[in-house]
Design a protein around this ligand. Structure first.
Ligand SMILES: NC(=O)c1ccc[n+]([C@@H]2O[C@H](COP(=O)([O-])OP(=O)(O)OC[C@H]3O[C@@H](n4cnc5c(N)ncnc54)[C@H](O)[C@@H]3O)[C@@H](O)[C@H]2O)c1
Length: 285
């Protein structure tokens, strides 16, 4: 099934990035946020980001207008009824996602694919909330979605081959390089990445080295484009704790147990770039 009309639920970092990627691939996007003004704000932010790309000569004016016009914003879940695929990208909380899948199953037309952008949660738990578990899979984009090439297509025990094929085709149309992975917490990338990120926070906490030296060491010594603490700020510390909790819940490996400093920072509201402060301060220009 070709995906011509895509619904996205959640207008945070990832929902907005996926909307831009899909609209640039020529797909009509309906973006749903709980509040109309948040949804409208996101479309305005997309317009501003496209205008910047036009100014820099990376996109022509007509194409920017066409991309912008392909995206509409709504606070009404019913507006997703006609979509060929809906990707949810709301908070990393299984109960919230389960309820959302039950609602989407009621609303979205028969035959449409319901997908999750979850980083770690069991996609089968969402699939069994619906009457179409064979048409549910994970479509896991990376942050920032417009720049990152990888999409993990997550196949649950119930996903049909047609669903996995359609999700893969959608990712390729978006200019991405998909991989297919079984439904295990963290899939490929986060299962390997998060013990490393967590241990970087542990090193900071036990004063093995300073923030700047930990990040500089991994960039200079491993050729990584950014250090682990800067990467945690980009991902969002609340999302990172949720990812570690889901990994720990599934595997009980101590490397996945979020270190206390990370949890305390979330409690303090130091969530990384999105709140203006994490391991680094983003309020200074
Ligand atoms: N941040 C990353 O690097 C990254 C990368 C890939 C996938 N993801 C996944 O994408 C999803 C969203 O993450 P994000 O980084 O965009 O988070 P975010 O905090 O930027 O956005 C979360 C969105 O969920 C909405 N939300 C919060 N509580 C809700 C509720 N009870 N009901 C409905 N909506 C609710 C918020 O309004 C917001 O629009 C998560 O599943 C996360 O694991 C995140």
């Amino acid at each position: 099934m070709a995906i011509e009309r895509l619904g996205i639920v959640g207008s945070g970092i990832m929902g907005s990035g996926i909307a831009e990627v899909a609209a640039r691939a020529g797909i009509t996007v309906v973006l749903r946020s709980r509040k109309q003004d948040t949804a409208d704000g996101m479309v305005a932010a997309l317009g501003a980001s496209l205008a910047k790309q036009v100014d820099r000569g990376r996109l022509d004016e007509a194409e920017a207008t066409a991309v912008r016009e392909r995206v509409s914003a709504t606070a009404d879940l019913d507006a997703l009824a006609d979509c060929d695929m809906v990707i949810e990208s709301v908070v990393e909380d299984l109960d919230v996602k389960k309820q959302l899948f039950a609602d989407l199953d009621r609303i979205v037309k028969d035959g449409a694919i319901l997908a999750s952008n979850t980083s770690t949660l069991p996609v089968i738990e969402m699939a069994v909330q619906t009457g179409r578990p064979e048409q549910v899979c994970g479509v896991h984009f990376f942050n920032p979605a417009p720049a990152m090439k990888l999409v993990e297509i997550v196949r649950t025990l119930a996903s049909s081959d047609d669903t996995v094929a359609a999700a893969r085709e959608f990712a390729e149309r978006c200019g991405k390089s998909p991989v297919v992975v079984e439904d295990r917490a963290g899939f490929i990338v986060n299962a390997l990445l998060f013990p490393y990120l967590n241990n970087a926070v542990r090193m900071l906490e036990n004063r093995t080295a300073s923030r700047d030296d930990i990040d500089a060491a991994m960039m200079g010594g491993c050729n990584f484009p950014m250090g682990p603490l800067a990467l945690l700020d980009l991902v969002g510390l609340d999302t990172s704790v949720a990812i570690l909790d889901a990994l720990y819940e599934e595997f009980r490996d101590p490397n996945y147990a979020a270190v206390p400093l990370l949890r305390r920072m979330v409690t303090a509201g130091h969530l990384g770039r999105k709140s203006g402060r994490g391991f680094y301060d983003y309020t200074k220009k």
